[in-house]
Write a protein that binds this ligand. Structure first.
Ligand SMILES: [Zn+2]
Length: 455
């Protein structure tokens, strides 16, 4: 069995103690020992153990990205000054022409970039399935397998196109029966519920304002029958609240609550505009929130009430959101973005470095229903570990967690996913790093070419 021993690192377990000069032992895909001082003897011969000297490094659980749209790598830097609705209506045009090749390249670059910022588990919310353009869902799953991160793709959907008063063009929306059949097929084909799983599928209609009530209700029924999780966007902008108040006489959160969409098997992206009663309801139903501070700032959506959600005991994870609304955002950088935005709005005690680290790890794991397996460092947990270099210029800060959370993303000495090295010496090693970047650029150029084609 493969063994890895990390010693002399500052180990932040997140779920419990921190050990300056501590150790972590990995056997196979699991952690077998975490604690102060040198590692206990493993009984293995010298050739059977890889020893990593963590001097000058901080070890944390691998970060969990709880909300993303990988395809957007191909459409970054566009509609840069618009509101969410203006941005969406501009981008639906090129998005409606994307094919499996675009998604494959965008996902390889997006996941490679995430791994480089300490992410060991990522979700993805893919909700655009233009007809006749290949198997887009399969393309991103293949990319995740190549990069080597744990992957929770959400089979998204939209069923309200322009002709039904929705925002997206009709060619990217699907009808209810097709969505349910395709989503069920995706779960049957890919979802792996076994312990240590590298791939779990969730059901994810795009947002309450882009789908019908029937789709939300039927999606929840399907997900619960199959034992998979539910995800959507919620309360990202005030426009959305206007819409649900007009249509249903409720806030977006009340609307979801009224159709059985709050619960421990649900996590929601953004939740920027919440009322006190909504915050309380999310906490008492154990509904998760994926906080994406850079995206919220980039689109001028607002500042989510993350500190209030945490205070109420709700599960909150961090996410980068799609690269089209948060260009080149590293997941580790969202710790600082989250801290700064909460403090700018609610004062210096609103969010601290360790709370932000917990959101980025255990909070995300709770959103994905995997807090027993990932998001913390302890014996029995999966060996998803980020080893950050906090020496050099960073060494003037005594507390390495502050260096990670307050400073720019540190270089990664090592990133392990289930004990397997994905990043080594700050370089992606599962696929050539340059190739991942090139594939993302090629995906962008291909999408721009497809967008100009008259069909
Ligand atoms: Zn999103």
């Amino acid at each position: 069995m493969r063994r890895v021993v990390i010693e002399n690192a500052h180990v932040a377990t997140v779920s419990g103690d921190e050990y300056p000069g501590g150790h972590i032992v990995v056997e196979g895909d699991r952690i077998t020992s975490v604690g102060p001082g040198p590692a206990p003897e493993t009984g293995a011969g010298p050739g059977e153990v890889e020893r990593i000297d963590g001097t000058g490094c901080l070890a944390t659980p691998g970060l969990v990205n709880s909300h993303h749209h990988l395809y957007q790598w191909a459409s970054q830097g566009m509609a840069v000054d618009g509101t969410l609705f203006e941005w969406l209506t501009t981008l639906y045009e090129p998005w409606s022409k994307m094919d499996a090749e675009v998604v494959a390249g965008a996902a390889a670059a997006g996941l490679g970039w995430l791994a480089k910022s300490g992410c060991t588990t990522s979700t993805d919310h893919h909700y655009l399935f233009p007809k006749g353009r290949g198997d887009l869902f399969a393309a991103e799953i293949e990319a995740a397998r190549e990069i080597g991160v744990r992957f929770h793709p959400c089979r998204g959907s939209m069923d309200r196109g322009e002709s039904q008063g929705g925002l997206p063009p009709d060619e990217v929306v699907e009808d209810l029966d097709t969505i349910l059949a395709e989503t069920e097929a995706a779960i049957d084909r890919y979802h792996d519920p076994s312990p240590g799983s590298l791939l779990r599928v969730a059901v994810a209609p795009c947002s309450p304002f882009s789908v019908t009530r029937d789709l939300l209700v039927e999606s929840a029924r399907l997900a619960r029958a199959k034992g998979v999780r539910l995800h959507t966007h919620l309360a990202e902008t005030l426009d959305e609240e206007e819409h649900t108040r007009e249509q249903f006489g409720m806030t977006p959160a009340e609307y979801l609550d009224s159709i059985g969409w709050l619960g421990p098997d649900v996590w929601l992206a953004h939740c920027v505009h919440l009322h006190d009663t909504d915050v309380k309801r999310l906490a008492e139903t154990r509904t998760g929130t994926a906080h994406c501070p850079s995206s919220n700032a980039r689109l001028g959506a607002g500042i989510a009430r993350v500190s209030h959600l945490l205070e109420a005991g709700a599960a909150v994870g961090l996410g980068v959101d799609g690269a089209a609304s948060a260009e080149l955002v590293p997941l580790a950088g969202e710790l600082r973005q989250a801290i700064y935005m909460q403090r700018a709005r609610y004062g210096p005690a609103a969010l601290n470095a360790r709370q932000a680290l917990e959101m980025a790890t255990l909070g995300g794991a709770r959103c994905l229903g995997r807090e027993d397996e990932i998001g913390s460092l302890s014996p029995g947990r999966l060996a998803d570990i980020a080893l950050w270099r906090v020496d050099g210029f960073r060494a003037a800060i005594d507390d390495p967690v502050i260096a990670l959370a307050f400073g720019p993303t540190p270089p990664l000495e090592r990133l392990l996913v289930g004990g397997r090295t994905v990043v080594d010496g700050d370089t992606l090693v599962t696929v050539p790093q340059d190739e991942a970047g090139r594939r993302g650029a090629d995906a962008h150029r291909r999408l721009m070419r497809l967008a100009e084609e008259v069909l």
